[in-house]
Design a protein around this ligand. Structure first.
Ligand SMILES: [Zn+2]
Length: 521
């Protein structure tokens, strides 16, 4: 360490090297623009001079050839660059062989420095050892990946007996999703149209009937049966990142765009934008008076499938009346809002009227059940996480644009004031979304987390009525969130609902009973 010369990093010529991995396990997929942005941020902070940005586009057919990487090493030896900046060591070297090559170049002083966003490198012995470890880890990781990719795209979809996850507009050819436009059908084109319609906020109902009119179908290979579209399926589809190229599986996400010439039905930007449409309308009207409203994002409009905005108005008796309103301007709903009484008194209290009455035996079943449902649930969570990350990106872009817009105006200027208000709103959204994203990331990292203890479980069962009827909105809200995924309301009543696992199984019996009761009343 003593013999180390003091280096002035600001005088070095850094080359920024980016490469995207095609598959990601628990880690985030960092897109190339994201990698570049984060590296540039680091460079600004440290005062580094980036002389060139090199981008490796990876070919799935020849995964071992990285022409850009080879050229970069050659140019370093020639003295064109002094140092490398990358997002993570695993972008740079995918195995110990490549890692060793880089470490040798450092020892030979051909390479003066390495900087990473996610790894702190020092040129001393410890630093080199840590870097070596990071490379070894990335080797394990990429071995693991190639296995996963093989499994994901090849065997798992075809020969393992499992049918591929079917997707509207696509056919699965030997594990690869291809546009379904053959034999005179337009299934793929129709799905592309569907996404564009959604982008202009056309209601799910309208799009669904349009697709059916146009003859969209999905063929079940084994039976030759044709399945048609409905609003429930379509509303799930509009949250599925598969349609722009990221396939969600239980254990991982696979970026199909990096694996083969996958043809997306919607661009990533449009997809992000569409995700933001269903979140944006939920904002409380005054961003800084954050009253607590129960069931935010949980109550869906039966006409368009969008979540309804929660709000409160004051009656003549000075009583606060809570309501849920559909703000989608393309929705065909006539009575836009519905009182919360319909949800709580008419539906929920009836639902829990006899208590949930679970037993210890049922708890054990629940506990067993939860590990088998985890995969499916993780897939759902990951989908939600993707969707929220997309929205967050859109919101952050809007914040950037607005900030830029008002920078030249005085604070008392009307333009400044009105934009400042919008900016406040977006900043609240950003905060909320960032929290949600963090929560989801945590949840995905630790699936055991939301298991209830036996005590909690039996308490929930015993006290269901009391909890549901609690005068504290936060308590009511938490209770509903434990049991329901969502509630769908038409103009008069709760018309359907989805239960969260394991209650979807445990309450099946009750559900049927209740269905009868509701119809009677
Ligand atoms: Zn609606």
């Amino acid at each position: 360490m003593d013999d180390e010369k003091v280096i002035d990093f600001t005088k070095l010529k850094y080359v920024l090297y980016v490469r995207k991995s095609s598959v990601d396990g628990e880690r985030q997929i960092r897109s190339i623009p994201d990698q570049i942005a984060e590296c540039q941020q680091l460079a600004r902070r440290l005062g580094l001079n980036i002389v060139e940005v090199l981008e490796e586009s990876q070919s799935a057919k020849k995964p071992n050839i990285r022409p850009v990487f080879r050229q970069m090493l050659t140019n370093i030896k020639k003295g064109i660059y002094d140092a490398i900046l990358a997002w993570n060591p695993d972008r740079l070297a995918r195995n110990m062989l490549e890692g060793g090559e880089i470490i040798n170049m450092i020892d030979d002083e051909q390479l003066v420095d390495l900087k990473f966003v996610t790894h702190y490198f020092t040129k001393d012995a410890n630093g080199k050892m840590l870097l070596g470890m990071a490379f070894v880890l990335s080797k394990q990781y990429s071995d693991d990946l190639s296995q996963k990719v093989g499994r994901g795209v090849g065997r798992r979809f075809t020969t393992e007996g499992k049918t591929p996850v079917p997707k509207y507009g696509y056919i699965n050819e030997e594990g690869l999703y291809r546009p379904d436009n053959e034999n005179g059908c337009r299934n793929f084109d129709l799905m592309c149209e569907a996404w564009q319609m959604r982008k202009t906020q056309t209601s799910i109902e309208t799009i669904s009937s349009y697709l059916n009119e146009q003859g969209l179908y999905r063929l079940v290979k084994s039976t030759g049966k044709r399945l048609f579209m409905d609003t429930q399926k379509l509303s799930d589809i509009f949250h599925d990142s598969f349609y722009y190229g990221v396939l969600n599986q239980a254990k991982q996400q696979v970026d199909l765009r990096e694996l083969y010439d996958f043809e997306p039905a919607v661009s990533e930007d449009d997809w992000n934008h569409i995700q933001s449409l269903s979140y944006r309308r939920i904002k409380p009207s005054k961003p800084h008076t954050l009253a607590f409203y129960p069931l935010r994002l949980m109550v869906l409009c039966s006409f368009c499938g969008m979540s309804m905005r929660v709000g409160a108005s004051t009656s003549r008796m000075k009583k606060k009346i809570l309501y849920y309103r559909c703000d989608n301007k393309n929705c065909l709903r006539k009575k836009k809002s519905i009182r919360s009484k319909v949800i709580f008194v008419d539906f929920l209290y009836k639902f829990v009227a006899d208590g949930l009455n679970f037993t210890e035996a049922e708890y054990n079943k629940y506990y067993e059940g939860i590990s088998t449902i985890t995969d499916q649930k993780r897939q759902k969570l990951r989908m939600e996480l993707n969707s929220k990350r997309g929205v967050l990106k859109v919101v952050r872009r809007e914040i950037d644009e607005l900030t830029y817009k008002i920078v030249d105006y005085k604070h008392e200027d009307k333009i400044w004031i009105s934009n400042r208000k919008r900016l406040d709103g977006f900043e609240d959204q950003e905060k909320e979304l960032a929290q949600d994203v963090a929560k989801l990331e945590k949840l995905l990292a630790d699936p055991e987390r939301d298991k209830l203890s036996l005590e909690q479980f039996l308490n929930l069962s015993k006290n269901a009525v009391k909890i549901a009827k609690s005068p504290i909105p936060e308590v009511k809200d938490a209770f509903c969130r434990k049991i329901f995924l969502n509630l769908t309301v038409d103009e008069e009543k709760v018309s359907s609902y989805q239960l969260k696992p394991p209650f979807d199984v445990l309450l099946k019996h009750r559900q049927q009973l209740l269905g009868r009761d509701l119809r009677k009343s």
